[in-house]
Design a protein around this ligand. Structure first.
Ligand code: PHE
Length: 337
């Protein structure tokens, strides 16, 4: 029996045949199983003899099959290697490379510029306390200006931040002014209960800026914002400040950027202005609430909208495009061209 089995195993010329042989010899219906099953009819003297013989045969067959299988597999691999050849001199297929989202690109370029001017980048929570988002920004509970920012409340005291200004309060609280001025920007997402349309999104971005030191003036604010505007939109742009109102700054301004070329000969009334951000001199109440003495320190703050910047810079007409993640739209802003 064993010799016949070994002969069949050796003759099996592929893995499937080998498996058939294995099943026919070692399977439930194979002769070996039959022998073992017949043990109960043997005499007690015969049993150990037949048993160990049967086990020997099974071991031999199992080993032989394993060896044969290894050989067949090796042969298959050889055959495969022989037929498949690889031309390593062929040019490779270009790997599609991702890129930062267009808004991220704008934010990063702002970050680079402010880091260069000695600002630090601060972060705060998007789920924020009413205290930081409003109260410490000089907006007590019953303040009518709260209506300017439709708010998603989670509980009466917890909300989705409507602006990045709360990071100002958090940073001022922490800052040790004996160690020098506080200069920070805080980029991040903000949320408002607006109905989405071409110019509104319930989620958008702000880059807050804050400088607190002795002897900071509105001239410092204007110079800073002009530098930022020119770096982002080009050297031929100008800015102008218009009086406005924010609860946390006094005086407050809205900042416009000139659109279209402005030369020596352009008449002031011919310049087209587009509003781009809000800013002002930090309100004494805001300083006081954050533990900063307004008799000694003062400064400016501004709130920029990267979404708005990107729309202007690239002529995007619908803010919702930034949030749809349509690759065909996003691909247009490939920095590497
Ligand atoms: N937080 C203001 C807003 O969202 C913008 C702003 C920031 C204005 C800082 C002035 C100073 O409308």
């Amino acid at each position: 029996l064993r010799d016949q089995a070994v002969a069949e195993i050796t003759a099996a010329e592929d893995l499937k045949k080998l498996n058939d042989v294995r099943v026919s010899w070692l399977g439930k219906k194979g002769p070996l199983t039959e022998v073992l099953r017949g043990m109960k009819d043997l005499t007690p003297e015969e049993r150990p003899v037949v048993g160990s013989l049967a086990n020997d045969v099974r071991d031999t067959l199992t080993k032989t099959i394993a060896m044969r299988q290894e050989k067949l597999e090796a042969a298959m691999l050889e055959a495969q290697l022989a037929t498949e050849s690889l031309d390593v001199t062929l040019p490779g297929a270009a790997v599609k490379q991702g890129q930062p989202h267009v808004l991220q690109q704008i934010i990063e370029s702002l970050e680079d510029q402010f880091l260069g001017m000695g600002y630090k980048i601060a972060e705060g929570p998007e789920i924020e306390e009413d205290k930081y988002n409003f109260e410490m920004m000089n907006l007590p509970k019953d303040h009518p200006a709260r209506d300017m920012q439709d708010t998603f409340y989670i509980t009466p005291e917890i909300l989705m931040r409507t602006q990045t200004s709360p990071v100002q309060a958090r940073e001022m609280e922490q800052h040790d002014f004996s160690q020098g001025p506080l200069k920070m920007i805080s980029p991040g997402r903000v949320y408002r209960r607006d109905t989405d349309d071409a110019t509104h999104s319930h989620q958008f971005h702000q880059v807050e800026g804050l400088v607190i030191d002795k002897h900071i003036t509105m001239g410092d604010l204007k110079g800073t914002l002009l530098a930022v505007a020119r770096q982002l939109f080009g050297e031929d742009h100008d800015i102008r400040l218009r009086p406005s109102y924010f609860p946390f700054t006094e005086p407050s301004v809205e900042v416009d950027i000139s659109w279209g070329p402005v030369t020596e000969k352009t008449k002031p009334e011919d310049i087209q202005w587009i509003e781009v951000l809000g800013a002002g001199m930090v309100h004494p109440n805001v300083l006081r609430m954050a533990g900063v003495d307004p008799e000694i320190y003062g400064g400016f703050a501004f709130g920029m909208g990267p979404d708005r910047f990107a729309m202007l810079k690239y002529g995007v007409e619908d803010i919702r495009n930034f949030y749809l993640n349509d690759v065909r739209f996003l691909k247009q802003f490939n920095q590497k061209g």
